[in-house]
Ligand binder design. Structure first.
Ligand SMILES: Cn1cc(Br)cc1C(=O)Nc1[nH]nc2c1CN(C(=O)N[C@H](CN1CCCC1)c1ccccc1)C21CC1
Length: 346
């Protein structure tokens, strides 16, 4: 299927994911040669899911964190919405756990600290993810974790109607209050889901699982799950504090950041949720590399970039910024026009 609106900007490659109302394809950003993931949605089939897509886009535009998949560009046509997002070549955390059966306590802690950092950052901004599960956590090329799928996230303070995730796979990670269909739920629901994920990291299977959905609901509402004999006292304790049926009794995310089990690293440091860069930061090297290429002065270019329209230039800028952070050269492939223009110059 050819998408004419992406021509010249991206070369589409294989499909790497397909969900209910969207498909994700691997693509190459032509100007930088960098790999990206493009989430493609047909407006006609989105129907009542359209507001969720708008929610995800608006949320991602305000989010910039080292453990959250970055939005680079949004393309809207009469028939489609395309979201150009950071590509993670390591695939889903779920597959990583299944491959390894289970991860040791040390590796689980390293991963859990990254998830905790991303979720604490979201809560700091007033968002709740509300669909945390290992399928929604990807591994990038440095084996760092990246959170994705913000279609259900909301600003609970905004009192947004909570669409129960009916169309979102199994509710194994859903908290009791979500199962009960309670109208508003916020950040404490994410803490429950993180407890389920930590259990899955350490054990390689789920704390609440069953063939029948009703039995699964009963297990979740009772909050009863088995603790393997080999599980350490520290792991049992932190999981128990997250898998409290009563939201009010559940550990707060601030207390998780500084929890003794979370800090049991050689450096014994609490988790820092702050992004390692500012949102919409200005970088003169990247601006210079782009302005040469576009025949604009750096100031002219920055005044356009600083509108953050999430167009092709936004994507080029953010991709070059990522390259710079990895110490890679800031090169831009000449486009057809510049190639012909330069050849005429000779
Ligand atoms: C699975 N896999 C294997 C390799 Br190698 C790379 C990947 C991979 O998915 N990489 C990747 N990078 N960036 C992304 C992805 C996948 N991806 C996704 O957004 N993937 C999600 C996966 N969800 C998990 C539960 C339901 C669907 C998705 C959402 C809608 C439709 C299809 C897929 C993004 C764009 C953010």
């Amino acid at each position: 299927m050819k998408y004419i609106d992406l021509r010249n900007q991206y070369i589409l490659e294989r499909t790497i994911g397909s969900g209910g109302f969207a498909k994700v394809k691997l693509a190459t950003h032509v100007l930088t040669g960098e790999k990206v993931a493009i989430k493609i949605m047909k407006k006609a089939t989105l129907g009542e899911d359209l507001p969720r897509v708008k929610l995800e886009i608006d949320a991602l535009k305000n989010i910039s964190h080292q453990h959250i998949c970055k939005l680079f560009q949004v393309i809207e046509t009469s028939s489609h919405i395309f979201m150009v997002i950071e590509y993670c070549p390591g695939g889903e955390l779920l597959d990583h756990i299944v491959e390894r059966q289970k991860l040791g306590e040390r590796e689980s802690r390293i991963f859990f600290r990254q998830i905790l950092s991303a979720v604490a950052y979201l809560h700091h901004l007033g968002y709740a993810h509300r669909d945390l599960k290992p399928e929604n956590v990807l591994l990038d090329k440095n084996q760092k974790l990246k959170l994705i799928d913000f279609g259900l996230c909301a600003k609970p303070e905004g009192g947004l109607e909570s669409q129960l995730q009916t169309s979102c796979g199994s509710p194994n990670y859903a908290a009791p209050e979500v199962i009960k269909g309670k109208q508003y739920y916020g950040s404490e629901t994410d803490v429950w889901s993180m407890g389920v994920m930590l259990y899955a990291l350490l054990c390689g299977y789920l704390p609440f699982d069953s063939e029948s959905i009703d039995q699964l609901y009963d297990k979740i509402l009772n909050g009863k799950y088995s603790e393997p004999t080999w599980m350490s006292a520290g792991s049992r304790q932190i999981i128990r504090s997250m898998l409290q049926v009563e939201p009010g009794k559940r550990i707060k995310i601030q207390d998780l950041l500084d929890h003794s089990w979370v800090k049991r690293t050689p450096e014994d440091r609490p988790v820092n949720f702050r992004p390692d860069h500012v949102l919409h930061e200005k970088d003169d090297d990247v601006i210079r590399a782009m302005s040469d290429h576009k025949g604009l002065t750096p100031n002219e270019l920055w005044s356009q970039l600083n509108e953050w329209n999430y167009n092709y230039d936004t994507c080029t800028y953010l991709l070059l910024l990522t390259r710079k952070k990895q110490g890679l050269p800031l090169r831009l492939n000449p486009t057809e026009f510049t190639r012909k223009y330069r050849s005429r110059q000779q």
